[in-house]
Each structure stands twice: as structure tokens, then as C-alpha cells.
Write a protein of this length. Structure first.
Length: 349
């Protein structure tokens, strides 16, 4: 269960579809709505709840109150969230580690580069018609559209991981903290640096994700073969650094068989997305495809409706056409030649 506790964000990243494509309302979930949703899960508690919508969850005015209430109602449910790291002050870190939060994903696209002194704002210049940000990898023009990583964020993360790992070393319960990295074209050096950074700070794992450009046709993602190469490079660096690495788009053999080689999305088998008003959707990327509201009907009624059943197979749902966010392959037919080439040289087909 993914719970949209807020869509407000302290950043406004060009690559994020929340305002342009998804047109989400920038509001917080109300406590009454949370209670209604939890009531609907009383008989069948969710295995996990991820308190992240299309915003920064730590912006919610009562985020930790929500965490406490969910744990009070469902102590066996794993609670997690995703953050951009900008709000991880020492006070916030202390509040996180005082609670039974099991998972935290930290999304970074870049690290501060040596050319950008810590006490100065990012230097900017113009090159080939592009604005260049020295803090964001100089010529990596696509990465400039991700969220920035000023030195304070690195300091926040060092403190978070230091405190978390010290707690775990004492034998106390501590969240798994993963570094989440988006793959951009020509980003081999950036990807390697981020994996090294994850290992250095003591993250529990690194997770690679695919750039979604459907709402931003002016952005470019890696070709299919380049994505494979980036994942292979990241795995090599992760192994050298002693940190586990995964990618939602690097399906193993069993998962490819289970999904009939990307014929349908396995994410839809046991997942629901619930927005700030209690509306239920089959996926975070299909937020507007509302199939019911938990204030009006039961989760069982929504999950077992004919409309919802169409999403979990056996054939792809029309609403999913063109989406490969959770697939092994690209759906873009322009990459078909590359796929066949990759298959002929040993890439699993």
C-alpha cells in the first residue's frame, strides 16, 4: 500500500510529472482520511505502507503523528517512505530513529562536485545552448533536471547513516536505508560516484531506477543498451564497495518468466495507491485512474471489481500502454534493433 500523505514538495524538479502530467493537488492528507483508510484495512492489514506520494513526505505537518498512529493500529506492518534528503536535520533524524520505521529511500541524482565550493551556490555557465551547473556534473545536461544536492544534503545523510548504523551496531532496531539513483544518458561517471558514495556512507543498498520521459519529451533517457551497461557498471562498483545493488528494471529469470517476459506488470499483483482523498488507484503512475474511494466502499469491493481485475492480468491494461517504468524492456519501438542485438550477444530475451 502506497499512501499519498502529501503532494507538497520543497523542490520543483523539471523531470517530475507531479504538476504537469499528473496535476496533483499540493495538499496534505487529513487525519480523518487516514483513520478512514486504516479502518478499511482492519481485517487484512497491509504487509507494508509506503508514506510517499508525489511530494516530500517530511513536508506533512503531522508526518510522525501518522507514523505513530499506523504503528499503533498495525504494529506488524512495515512502514517506509522516500525522501530527497533536504529536510533531514538532526531533529528530524532523531524523530525518525525513535520510531519503528523499517525502510527509507533517499533519492539523489548527483553529488556536489569538487568545482563547487561548499560555501558558494552552484556556479552556472552557458555551453552549446545549455545551462551548465558545476555542482551537477558539468556536461551532464539531463541530470541538471533532477533535484540538486547541495553540500548540506550530504552532511544530513552522513549524520543519518552514522546515527542509524550506530544504533544497529548496538543491536537495536534500525531502518534499512537505500540510496535511489535515476539513470541518465552519459552518466557512467555520475552513477559510479553515487554507488561509491552509498558504500562510503554505509547505506544498506543502492537501487537504480529508469528515467520516465513520457511527460517530458524534451528529456532523453539512455538507450536500452546503455541502460544495461550502466547497470553492469553499477553492479561492478557495488561489488567492489561491498554494498548490495538492485534495479527494478533488471528482472531476474524467475520474474521475467512470471511476467511472461513483460507481458504484464508484476507490481499490480498486490499493490494499491491511495491518494490524499482516499481514492484508490492501481499504480502511482495511474493516480488519476480512480477505481473507488475508501470512504465509500471496502477495499475488498474495490480490489475485486471488474475494472480493477483488468489491471492484474493476464493481458496488459490499455491504461498501461507505453509505460515501462517497472518493466525489464523498453516499450519504445525505436529500441527494438538494440534489443535484438543485445539478445544476440547474450542479453536475456
Amino acid at each position: 500500500m502506497q499512501l499519498e500523505v502529501t503532494n507538497r514538495c520543497n523542490l520543483d524538479c523539471d523531470m517530475c510529472p507531479r504538476l504537469v502530467l499528473l496535476k496533483v493537488p499540493e495538499v496534505d492528507m487529513q487525519r480523518e482520511t487516514l483513520e478512514t483508510i486504516l479502518d478499511r484495512f482492519e481485517e487484512t492489514p497491509a504487509h507494508s505502507m509506503t508514506l510517499t506520494g508525489w511530494g516530500e513526505p517530511l513536508m506533512h505537518h503531522d508526518f510522525f503523528g501518522f507514523v505513530d498512529r499506523i504503528h499503533e493500529r498495525f504494529p506488524e506492518t512495515d512502514i517506509g517512505f522516500t525522501t530527497n534528503g533536504h529536510l533531514l536535520t538532526k531533529r528530524i533524524v532523531r524523530q525518525i530513529l525513535e520510531r519503528p520505521i523499517g525502510r527509507i529511500n533517499v533519492s539523489l541524482e548527483e553529488l556536489p562536485w569538487d568545482e563547487a565550493p561548499a560555501h558558494l551556490p552552484p556556479a552556472r555557465a552557458s555551453e552549446e545552448g545549455h545551462e551548465v551547473n558545476l555542482m551537477k556534473g558539468d556536461k551532464n545536461h539531463v541530470a541538471r533536471d533532477g533535484h540538486p544536492t547541495p553540500p548540506k544534503v550530504v552532511e544530513h545523510l552522513r549524520h543519518l547513516l552514522s546515527e542509524r548504523n550506530a544504533k544497529a551496531a548496538r543491536g537495536e532496531s534500525a531502518p534499512e536505508i537505500r540510496l535511489q539513483v535515476v539513470l541518465f544518458p552519459n552518466s557512467a561517471e555520475t552513477t559510479a560516484r553515487l554507488v561509491d558514495f552509498g558504500a562510503e556512507l554505509g547505506f544498506q543498498a543502492v537501487n537504480l531506477v529508469r528515467l520516465d520521459v513520457r511527460g517530458r519529451p524534451d528529456l532523453t533517457r539512455p538507450t536500452y543498451q546503455e541502460e544495461r551497461d550502466l547497470i553492469a557498471l553499477a553492479r561492478e562498483r557495488a561489488e567492489a564497495g561491498g554494498i548490495p545493488l538492485g534495479s527494478v528494471n533488471d528482472h531476474g529469470h524467475i520474474l521475467r518468466v512470471a511476467s511472461h517476459d513483460d507481458e504484464f506488470c508484476m507490481r499490480l499483483d498486490s499493490y494499491v495507491y491511495i491518494d490524499v482523498e482516499g481514492n484508490v488507484a492501481p499504480c502511482c503512475l495511474l493516480r488519476g485512474h480512480r477505481l473507488g474511494n475508501l470512504a465509500e466502499e471496502s477495499l475488498d469491493g474495490i480490489w475485486n471489481s471488474a475494472d480493477f481485475k483488468r489491471f492484474y492480468g493476464p493481458d496488459p491494461h490499455p491504461a498501461c500502454d507505453g509505460c515501462d517504468a517497472f518493466m525489464h524492456r523498453y516499450t519504445d519501438q525505436s529500441d527494438l534493433t538494440e534489443r535484438k542485438h543485445a539478445s544476440s550477444i547474450g542479453e536475456p530475451s
